[in-house]
Design a protein around this ligand. Structure first.
Ligand code: ADP
Length: 166
């Protein structure tokens, strides 16, 4: 049994994340998505909202589950009895940061390896930040996120802007 964790903020989950999740779910027996609760960044969505959106988006994969965690990712991996950590690589800009994390994690927990998936080309530019930026101005985000996430982003920005159109 090969079990992977896929950690991240997922604020919110994008089509780029889903591409990685779908590909990981094909090669691993189980994929556990770990939603980071204590990120240094101030999230747009609460951790509960981020988990709900991920569960809605990943319902088609029976071997994918969604959990939350805080603290060190390796601790979460140990707790979940994972063999592998999955990360996505978009462009060279991700590379140095991801290498640093993977090397550090390997020193802290040599039994857990990091597996990188290179993103599909159409999502190579995509991040949660970009999707939020576009949604904030009321533009169409359907190429970036699934319809349930787009709807929640719209609601969230409507609340934030106090109901006024931007
Ligand atoms: P973090 O806060 O850890 O960067 P994210 O939710 O932004 O969390 O990303 C989680 C993982 O998904 C990271 O490995 C990141 O590189 C990857 N990722 C993010 N966006 C994409 C994308 N468009 N295509 C492929 N991988 C992605």
């Amino acid at each position: 049994m090969a079990r992977a964790i896929y950690p991240g903020s997922f604020d919110p989950v994008t089509r780029g994340h889903l591409d990685i999740i779908g590909r990981a779910a094909r090669v691993m027996d189980e994929v556990i998505i770990g939603v980071l609760a204590n990120s240094a960044k101030t999230p747009l969505f609460t951790v509960e909202e981020r988990v709900e959106m991920l569960r809605e988006c990943t319902a088609q994969w029976p071997n994918v589950q969604v959990e939350t965690f805080d603290g060190l990712t390796v601790e979460f991996a140990r707790k979940m009895k994972a063999d592998v950590m999955v990360r996505g690589l978009r462009a060279v800009t991700d590379f140095e940061y991801e290498m640093q994390i993977a090397q550090t994690n390997h020193i802290v927990e040599p039994n857990i390896d990091t597996m990188f998936f290179t993103t599909s080309l159409q999502y190579a530019y995509l991040s949660s930040t970009i999707a939020k930026e576009v949604a904030c101005y009321g533009s169409d985000v359907s190429s970036f996120v699934t319809p349930n996430v787009a709807r929640r982003m719209e609601e969230k920005f409507r609340e934030k802007h106090g109901g006024a159109a931007r």
